[in-house]
Write a protein that binds this ligand. Structure first.
Ligand code: HEC
Length: 173
């Protein structure tokens, strides 16, 4: 019993590095600020694992929970990092937008283990549509690389047009 307590105490000393860099020049939000509606979804549901800045819960201080979180963050950032999105090639951005749409419409992202403890990150069907429709619009803008493509793609965004915009977008590509 004492051994267990000792081991638990000992692993507390091994802390993973914190993922808490400030928002930099290559962050999506710096170069291509999405409309508030989209920004909010990404902030609430994605940035903790897919950017260089995580909002840590208090229990991240407790090991091995902190290690487990760090492995999700490293795994997530390795695949898609919104803090570096603006530095991705056009091709890579397009691929990632595609993947975002697939992951959210397939209910694979955000991870279930995350929404279980972050109820406000569980996406509603409307939010999933918002991200998926945004993807279709962005894809059409990608052929004009110098444009602030996210900004203009979302310029005329509103909730009502989402459902009707989704169908023609699928045909036009
Ligand atoms: C708790 C951490 C976590 C959260 C929150 C999270 N992800 Fe992920 N994401 C991961 C991990 C880890 C991977 C690596 C693959 C896997 O394990 O499924 C991943 C993979 C992905 C991929 C695959 C990238 C590729 O190149 O194929 C996409 C796209 C993605 N996530 C989008 C999102 C979006 C969009 C959100 C928010 C709606 C989100 N994720 C929220 C951890 C997370």
């Amino acid at each position: 019993m004492l051994g267990c307590v000792g081991a638990f105490a000992a692993i507390q000393l091994i802390r993973p590095a914190k993922n808490d860099s400030p928002i930099g020049a290559d962050h999506l939000a710096t170069l291509y600020p999405p409309p508030p509606k989209v920004a909010k979804i990404l902030e609430m549901a994605c940035y903790d694992c897919h950017s260089n800045r995580t909002r840590y819960p208090w229990y991240a201080q407790i090991q091995p929970v902190g290690w487990w979180l760090a492995s999700h963050i490293n795994g997530g950032k390795g695949h898609l990092n919104f803090s570096e999105f603006a530095a991705y090639s056009e091709h890579r951005r397009a691929k990632k937008l595609e993947a975002i749409s697939d992951e959210v419409t397939g209910h694979s992202m955000p991870l279930k283990s995350y929404t279980w403890s972050h109820r406000d990150a569980a996406l509603t069907e409307a939010q999933i549509k918002t991200l998926a429709t945004g993807r279709d619009r962005l894809r059409r803008k990608l052929s004009r690389p110098n444009e602030h493509f996210l900004q203009s793609a979302f310029a005329d965004y509103n909730g009502e047009e989402i459902a009707s915009a989704a169908a023609p977008a699928a045909n036009s590509t």
